[in-house]
Design a binder for this molecule. Structure first.
Ligand code: EPU
Length: 418
């Protein structure tokens, strides 16, 4: 098992490039199931979750071939339309094969994903809309068993602007008979990227990036070439790494407007942040103010940057109130940050962080989920003592070589196998 050892306390300096977005690449790869033939995706990050997706696509008789950051997916007629538990339990986003399989082949059997560290994460907002489009769906023996002669478009109003639910139904609706109108949908940049990709496959979609998406069903789609957008969460994490060390870091190959909510909060803290079309730079800053944060669907402050921002707030002047509104259990990093000396009081979905410059000390800590791992690494970079982060497999699910990128900025950080 790998661990990460950090000896921080040194300002980071330099320029670092962002990889393709995990949360865009996953639905994009599953969207290939909608059209037989050869699809090409560029800027696909090298991550465990992408490997799990490849495994599932291979199981569904797709061939996958990676050359650098390019991935070729050749979709063939599947022999089985089953997404088995052994693959799905490794990655919840596997549920995104349900919409495409059902729309393309009229049936699918997908394992329920099971438990998750950050919340219960039900899939009712995937299932109910598919039923509204005419699918018959049963849950039996831990599997979602779905069938439909032909899905038929309808008006669907989501109870909550779910990212995965929006993606699944968008994909299914591309091959529906007639028009589907999706209301109160997610507006995340990853949704817009999926819409662009589906359009290049021949789908008729409009409205992505707003709360209503309209899809006119077509008879068939064709394979495509598509470039995955930059990872806004990795970009934000690298910007915060620069900030927490008082460093001067330019994050390149990113879309700064995708992290406006973060930039606004960091500016309110007192950081100076310059931006260009595809870069952003945090300037050196010794002291910063605490600010409050509420996570919210895009364009609000992303839940996927909450843990990393909390690390920054442990070093701020004053008290910050951080409210997690998306997931009910996304404060697992709090106890680990407390082990490093942070003064944080969590109460249900609210954490009160009393900032104290130099209040952290190195410790042995354990990553509990993907973004928690990044938070602990940022905290480690803020203290001159040695910090050892274990359970790094969580990090590898969603960050491509984070330690190598941080090394390139001058960080003393290394990965060891134990
Ligand atoms: N929800 C339901 N029912 C559903 C679906 C969602 O109640 O059927 C609830 C969830 O329990 C949660 C909220 O709605 O409380 C938001 O869930 P959403 O469906 O929007 O999230 P997701 O699609 O499961 C994606 C990202 C997450 C990110 C969230 C929110 C992917 C593969 N995952 O998850 O990314 O936190 O949107 O932005 O796109 C991460 O990268 O670390 C990560 C967890």
């Amino acid at each position: 098992m790998d661990i990460i050892i950090i000896k921080g306390g040194k300002p980071l300096k330099g320029s670092v490039a962002v990889s393709g977005a995990k949360n865009a690449a996953l639905p994009l790869l599953f969207s290939s199931l909608l059209a037989e033939g050869e699809h090409r995706f560029d800027n696909v990050p090298l991550l465990k979750d992408i490997e799990s997706t490849e495994l599932l696509l291979n199981h569904l008789n797709c061939e996958t071939q990676r050359i650098g950051t390019q991935m070729k997916v050749t979709v063939n007629q599947p022999e089985s339309l089953v997404a088995p538990y052994d693959i799905v339990r490794k990655m919840r986003a596997s549920i995104l094969c349900l919409g495409p399989l059902l729309a393309r082949y009229g049936k699918a059997k997908v394992s329920l994903p099971g438990g998750c560290a950050i919340g219960s994460r039900p899939i009712n907002l995937h299932i109910e809309p598919l039923r509204q489009l005419g699918a018959q769906i049963e849950i039996e023996h831990g599997y979602v068993i779905a069938k439909a002669k032909k899905l038929v478009g309808d008006r669907i109003v989501f109870d909550f602007a779910t990212v995965g639910g929006t993606e699944n139904i968008m994909m299914a609706a591309t091959l529906c008979k007639g028009t589907t109108i999706l209301e109160n949908v997610a507006k995340e940049p990853e949704i817009s990227d999926l819409a662009r990709c589906l359009r290049s496959m021949g789908a008729q979609i409009e409205g992505e990036g707003t709360s209503v998406i309209t899809i006119e069903g077509v008879d068939e789609l064709k394979p495509t070439d598509h470039r995955v957008i930059p990872d806004r969460i990795e970009a934000g994490t690298l910007l915060l790494a620069g900030a927490i060390t008082g460093g001067d870091v330019k994050v390149i190959d990113c879309v700064p407007s995708d992290v406006d909510a973060l930039i606004n909060k960091m500016t309110a803290c007192g950081f100076e942040i310059d931006t260009g079309v595809d870069w952003m730079r945090v300037k050196p800053c010794d002291r910063w103010r605490a600010v409050d944060v509420n996570t919210a669907p895009y364009p609000g402050f992303p839940t996927d940057l909450q843990a990393q921002f909390m690390a920054l707030m442990t070093q701020a002047d004053g008290t910050s109130v951080i409210t997690e509104r998306i997931f009910e259990n996304r404060f697992m990093h709090v106890q680990e940050l407390v082990r490093m000396g942070a003064k944080i009081t969590p109460k249900s979905q609210v954490a009160v962080v009393r900032g104290e410059k130099a209040g952290l000390s190195g410790a042995q800590v354990m990553a509990t989920d993907l973004r928690a791992s990044a938070s602990l690494i940022l905290a480690g970079l803020a203290t001159a003592d040695e910090t050892v982060v274990s359970r790094i497999y969580h990090l590898d699910r969603g960050y491509e070589k984070l330690e190598v990128k941080l090394q390139s900025l001058g960080a003393q950080i290394e990965r060891c196998s134990v």
